[in-house]
Design a protein around this ligand. Structure first.
Ligand code: ADP
Length: 268
């Protein structure tokens, strides 16, 4: 994008000349568009649960509503929509802090196995509810320099997605495998599922904020569309790399590579 300015310069009478100034404003425009899109996304995401809370609250205020079961159902919806708004705001604040560098990462020597055990304890009951089999494969002891809480959040987000998007598959095997091992100076974390998969045209947008392959489906699963953006930021702050491959209807595999030496970049 260019901004064009034409400035007349009169040198002598009847001899008018012009200077044309071209100013490259591409970056400003791009930033402005990102900002606008972000605000519109956030507003939309907040408005959806609010509309529903509003509607059900109004119905509850109607004196003619006496069915106890129905009242309870409406209150449950209000409660879960409010919880979703809280999750969204927490995710947004998290992402903002991570991206602006306002999150203090505590890099210390940690045992990655403990992180996996912790995630396993949280995920196993959830997977049971969703009727998805989960298998964890990792050695007793893999150490690295990293931020324990953030890495736990990263693994949990990926495994949680794998379980949820596998449970949505209508038929066939429903299995998630979480595998970790040390390879040279890296830790490899592989999360493989046999879920709904990600269509090819959606793949390049996957890590974008609020991007969801199927908005209604993600909402139904309680998603905010921010999980993978948070995951990517955490991996990158550890000087790591995240990749994935996926086939619609077959499954998805995420591979995270983390250097065991941590992030040696002092600006983090
Ligand atoms: P959400 O809160 O919607 O799960 P994420 O940022 O975690 O948001 O993921 C973005 C989108 O990527 C999801 O809405 C979903 O469409 C897709 N996705 C993520 N993980 C998987 C997976 N394991 N299998 C299939 N689709 C996935």
């Amino acid at each position: 994008y260019y901004e064009l300015k034409i400035v007349p310069v009169t040198l002598e009478q009847n001899n008018e000349r012009y200077i044309i100034i071209l100013h490259d404003v591409t970056q400003e425009r791009v930033l402005e568009n990102v900002r606008k899109e972000f605000i519109s996304n956030v507003s939309h995401e907040l408005r959806t649960p609010l509309t529903s809370i509003h509607g059900y609250a109004e119905a509850l205020l109607d004196d003619s509503l006496e069915d106890k079961e129905l009242i309870k159902r409406f209150l449950t919806i209000i409660e879960s929509e409010a919880a979703r708004m809280t999750r969204l705001i927490n995710d947004l604040l998290d992402l903002e802090k991570l991206e602006s560098g306002n999150t203090q990462f505590v890099f210390e020597k940690i045992n990655f196995t403990e992180i996996l055990e912790h995630v396993r304890n949280i995920i196993e009951p959830l997977a049971k509810d969703y009727k998805v089999e989960v298998e964890f494969v990792y050695p007793d002891n893999i150490e690295l320099i990293g931020d324990k809480d953030r890495l736990t959040q990263m693994v949990l987000n990926l495994v949680d997605n794998a379980v949820k998007y596998t449970s949505l598959k209508e038929k066939g095997k429903k299995k998630v495998t979480v595998e970790a091992y040390k390879e040279n100076d890296n830790i490899k974390l592989i999360i493989k599922d046999t879920g709904v998969g990600i269509p090819e045209k959606a793949q390049k947008k996957l890590f974008e904020r609020f991007y969801r392959v199927d908005k209604a489906r993600s909402r139904k699963m309680g998603g905010t569309g921010l999980g993978l953006s948070i995951v990517k930021t955490i991996v990158e702050k550890h000087n790591g790399v995240i990749e994935f491959s996926s086939k619609e209807g077959v499954g998805t595999k995420f591979i995270v590579t983390l250097p065991t030496g941590g992030n040696t970049n002092e600006t983090v």
